[in-house]
Design a protein around this ligand. Structure first.
Ligand code: GLN
Length: 250
């Protein structure tokens, strides 16, 4: 079996180790005998996203978001087609924001997004930013996971119809939003960096399964052999202990 992954704007959208998400997906796929083929897609590079099982975009500063948006908007129809054909989109922070209706930069420049979700992002009041560790309890098609990550964003995301989960520690979509990220079955957007997936192996496996289901709709999480990651538990514990939280979702 094989997963074809498009890594969008790999060269400019990569904050707080976001590229570690690709390394984690690749490692966890290969450990189960699944090929993980990655094509990087930069500004101006032709690509048909419908050909991919998974598209990934990391986070970036406003400067990078403004630089890539004309290119991303040219791909808008292709992105909507790919979603309709079950390509799974996994988006972090700045990438997540650009898939909404619009994003307002810290200089109050309003940039149109690719509008897959009805959410939109305003800038924080007086240049304020949500910064720090986040613990959130996610519900992914009935699979409950306690996610651990790190946020640093000015953008305040509103009108999120399908939040990824409930915030236990930190801010999430906006200051004291109570909710974090977006998940609608086709797109998973989150403010969590970290990188996210090395600390949340169950989420990495969920993303792999969603990607595999494009070509193998019958494939489920139970079809992935269990995989141990000896670094995950201590990395999570270091954060969870700070807030007297346990490892299980509520
Ligand atoms: N530039 C965006 C913001 O500040 C995204 C930042 C990020 O990806 N961490 O909200």
């Amino acid at each position: 079996m094989k997963i074809k992954c498009a890594w969008m704007y790999h060269d400019i959208m990569d904050l707080y180790g976001d590229k570690g998400n690709i390394m984690t997906l690749s490692k966890r796929a290969q450990a189960r005998g699944i090929d993980f083929e990655v094509d990087t897609i930069g500004i101006g590079q032709e690509a048909d996203l419908c050909q991919y099982d998974l598209c990934f975009m990391g986070g970036g500063a406003d400067k990078e978001q403004v630089a890539l948006i004309p290119d991303l908007l040219k791909r808008k129809d292709n992105i909507h087609q790919a979603i309709a054909q079950n390509t799974f989109f996994f988006l972090i922070c700045g990438g997540y924001q650009l898939f909404g209706q619009y994003y307002e930069t810290v200089d109050h420049q309003k940039i149109e997004g690719v509008q897959v979700g009805s959410y939109y992002s305003l800038t924080g009041k007086d240049k304020s930013r949500c910064i720090g560790n986040v613990v959130c309890d996610a519900n992914l098609d009935g699979i409950h996971l306690r996610l651990v990550g790190f946020e640093n964003h000015g953008g305040q995301t509103m009108n999120v119809e399908h939040p990824l989960g409930r915030v236990i520690q930190g801010n999430g979509n906006a200051f004291d939003a109570g909710m974090e990220g977006y998940y609608d079955g086709h797109i998973l957007g989150t403010y969590l960096h970290g990188p996210l997936l090395p600390k949340n192996g169950e989420l990495a496996d969920f993303v792999l399964v969603k990607a595999l289901q494009k070509r193998h709709p019958e494939f489920t999480l139970q079809d992935l052999a269990p995989m141990d990651n000896p670094w995950q538990a201590p990395a999570r514990k270091a954060i969870l202990d700070r807030y007297q939280l346990n490892d299980q979702p509520e």
